[in-house]
Design a protein around this ligand. Structure first.
Ligand SMILES: Cc1cc2nc3c(=O)[nH]c(=O)nc-3n(C[C@H](O)[C@H](O)[C@H](O)COP(=O)(O)OP(=O)(O)OC[C@H]3O[C@@H](n4cnc5c(N)ncnc54)[C@H](O)[C@@H]3O)c2cc1C
Length: 189
């Protein structure tokens, strides 16, 4: 894990919650949690800030923010713990909780995953409608993953078009055959 390779930065997993320890111990090396098994564990004392000059990143799991405190600027952050809430001494709070798709009017939407339900890019119960990217598979993967994802969706669209499964009267307009074969070559499907 690249984060741990910087000798000037301490990376720690907060072992104050037994659920974290169990999850890391039980994780297979290939699991995401398995990546943290080699990271030092410590029961972190949140009542005091780290020693001056220390650059430290602490991973604290099973913990949710409750409230921010401070008379005129951020001074503390209360978070849940395995037993009671604890207050951390903080100077800045950054919200970074990931991305989530939003519903598109007229299309089905899975509230749990924030995606449009689909099979290989074909939108469920909407023949002739296709999705690609994060709204298709959720917010993970970069440009490379999206290219593969698009290849699958375009392949499905071309198959449907060639089979006459889409279009107003499911008829193939003149000239479409040539267009489809050019698209197939470009998409490599
Ligand atoms: C902070 C950040 C940094 C990233 N850095 C990298 C990186 O360095 N390298 C990398 O490979 N990937 C990176 N990614 C991932 C990459 O951005 C995504 O994989 C990619 O943008 C997903 O493509 P997409 O087409 O699914 O969604 P998007 O790129 O979000 O495109 C969706 C488009 O649909 C439009 N839209 C939304 N609703 C509607 C609507 N109702 N009607 C019409 N249009 C609509 C939006 O305006 C948007 O233009 C990063 C992502 C984030 C969040």
């Amino acid at each position: 894990m690249a984060l741990t390779e910087d000798p000037d930065r301490d990376v720690v997993v907060d072992a104050g919650d037994p659920r974290t320890v169990t999850a890391l111990d039980d994780a297979a090396p290939t699991d995401k949690a398995g990546l943290l098994r080699s990271v030092r564990r410590e029961v972190v004392d949140w009542s005091a800030p780290p020693a001056a000059g220390t650059r430290r990143i602490v991973f604290r799991f099973h913990s949710a923010p409750r409230r921010i405190t401070g008379p005129d600027r951020v001074r503390g952050l209360w978070v849940t713990g395995p037993d009671d809430d604890v207050e951390m001494s903080v100077g800045r709070v950054v919200r970074a909780v990931g991305h989530r798709g939003t519903a598109v009017p007229g299309l089905p939407f899975d509230e749990d995953s924030g995606t449009v339900p689909n099979t290989g890019g074909r939108v469920a119960r909407r023949p002739g409608t296709y999705v690609v990217g994060w709204i298709k598979r959720g917010p993970s993967g970069g440009i490379g993953a999206n290219r593969e994802c698009a290849r699958e969706t375009v392949g499905a669209l071309l198959d449907d078009a060639a089979a006459g499964r889409i279009g107003a009267a499911n008829r193939r307009p003149s000239g479409l055959t040539g267009l489809l074969s050019r698209l197939r070559v470009r998409a490599g499907v």
